[in-house]
Design a protein around this ligand. Structure first.
Ligand SMILES: C[S@@+](CC[C@H](N)C(=O)[O-])C[C@H]1O[C@@H](n2cnc3c(N)ncnc32)[C@H](O)[C@@H]1O
Length: 203
């Protein structure tokens, strides 16, 4: 994905999205209560959400992204925040995630699904990599209205334009989830954003 250096620099400082990550991290942990084990963040960008998750859990996290530039920035941010022992940056495409099936306790992703070439096959791959009993929190958004306003205000104050990702609507997301043969799912389309939450049952 093309990004200009100004956006890359602001992402590397976790600005202006900074308030979004602790909020979404708490929404993920409140929902699933998965505090230990292996997690994967898909399309982690600068790893801000992985870092927020590491702060409130004991998870070992793979911060995975397709972009070599983001991989480098994530590595720097992880080291700067003191999580080198628990967050591992990884360069990979969600469609071919290099993990065995039934591997991760938690897979989360914010703001990345909008860019995936084949949403259904990416979700199917995520579901395969999930451990039975594991859960996924995939989508995009700001967490709530207050953080959304705050982020947009910060962009405005910095005289930058907020770049919205390409849009996916809830119907398109649901079709992809069903095509991926995921049955136990919940869709959210509210002030937190557009998300699909699913669990893999223990057979
Ligand atoms: C809008 S950014 C979101 C970054 C981060 N999750 C956040 O919330 O700050 C989307 C990220 O998804 C990554 N991405 C796009 N397509 C991907 C794919 N097929 N596999 C893995 N990562 C991908 C991009 O490189 C980019 O870093």
């Amino acid at each position: 994905m093309e990004r200009n250096s100004q956006i890359t620099d602001s992402l590397s400082l976790n600005e202006p999205h900074a308030p979004v990550y602790p909020l979404i991290a708490s929404q993920i942990t409140n929902k699933f209560q998965i505090m230990k084990g292996v997690a994967i963040e898909v399309g982690s960008g600068p790893a801000s959400l992985s870092i927020a998750m590491a702060r409130i859990t004991e998870l070992k996290i793979y911060a995975m992204d397709i972009s070599p530039e983001m991989y480098k920035i994530a590595g720097k941010n992880i080291a700067k925040c003191g999580f080198k022992d628990r967050i591992l940056p990884m360069l990979a495409d969600v469609h071919q995630m290099p993990f065995p099936d039934n591997y991760a306790h938690l897979i989360f992703s914010r703001g990345s699904m909008f860019f995936w070439k084949d949403l259904a096959s990416a979700l199917k791959k995520i579901y395969a990599v999930l451990k039975p009993g594991g859960a996924s929190y995939i989508g995009g958004g700001f967490g709530n209205k207050t953080t959304k306003k705050l982020v947009k205000k910060t962009f405005k104050n910095q005289e930058e334009n907020y770049e919205s990702p390409p849009k996916i609507d809830i119907a398109t997301l649901e079709i992809a989830v069903q095509k991926a043969e995921i049955n136990n799912y919940q869709l959210l389309d509210d002030e937190s954003g557009l998300w699909v939450l699913f669990e893999k049952s223990i057979e």
